[in-house]
Write a protein that binds this ligand. Sequence first.
Ligand code: GLN
Length: 386
Amino acid sequence: MRPLSNRTETFSDSIIRRMTRISDECGAINLSQGFPDFDPPKAMTDRLVEVAKEGPHQYAVTWGAQNFREAVARKQEHFSGMKINPNEEIVVTCGSTEAMMAAMMSVVNPGDKVVVFSPFYENYGADAILSGAEPIYVPLVPPEFNFDPEVLEDAFRLGAKALILCNPSNPSGKVFTREELQLIADLAIRYDAYVITDEVYEHIIYAPNKHTYLATLPGMRERTIICNSLSKTYSITGWRLGYVIASPEIIDRVRKVHDFLTVGAAAPLMEAAVVGLNMPDAYYEELAAHYAHMKAVFTDGLRDLGMSFTDPQGAYFVLVDITPFRKKEESDYEFCVRMIRETGVAAVPGSSFFREDVNHLMRLHFAKSDEVLYEALNRMERLKMS
Ligand code: GLN
């Protein structure tokens, strides 16, 4: 048989999703792949029941149902002040995973260089390989996850065509300050590069941090491709609803990629999700307060266990130092598999997020009910004994 494609040979399956499979096999508490164990807003699921009876059940227009795009435009304007034309500047996708891939396919040619901050969400590596881009990794240096502006400029000097910005950032929990974003914007403009943003955690922010939309900085609207999703904001990771917001010129390209990749997001789910997009401010305030609570429960527990970890400014992950618990010669991956088997808690090995040789971290998420978090913390106590 002839070899299969080179582009699918060079990367592994997602470690995040693999850890979920191992966790499920072992019946563990899954703190690896980030998704909540609580329900979406009732108004959305009630609407979904109505939609099941009333439809739509057939294709929506390929770039997303009109009312859904209008609701996205309204929400984005409300939170960012950006004026968006729902008919020319939005494509609705199957999650932000498709949004990112479609953005990359629309922006880069094979061989183009793309700046990726490390640690990074593992999909970006695969997105780069599938679109033929060559990633240039710029370290976000722990514990603050700051970057060196000189190192970033060096990456642009190498001719980077685009930068991927995950803000708030997975897995570091970093929320980029306005000053940092201004620095990125200045370089993008000076070196004529695009910025593809992944802003899925925009509403999961811990005070006093604030989310700044890079696209709102002067000169950035036309060179920013915003990728986002409803997964985290409305606790509907399984609905697979995401979107891209960009200038009409860019959206024209994204539409074509999306059209041939997936045709469209699920019509009934778009219809039901409009209820979410139209939620009042109080909804987002409650969401943030709920996450602040879960973060407090989990990080207080980790502190009581004497663990050392990153305290996130946004998103819902912590990177925990596994050095005291790891056996000699054991990789972080082997440690995480053993932790699932021996303690019944699943995490993602840190090395799957870092370009640098980092082998002493695991990522845990805390989008779970209090009982589950307390039980996970109890179980992790066993790590100290093993
Ligand atoms: N963003 C979440 C994580 O990092 C889930 C990603 C996914 O599996 N689509 O765990």
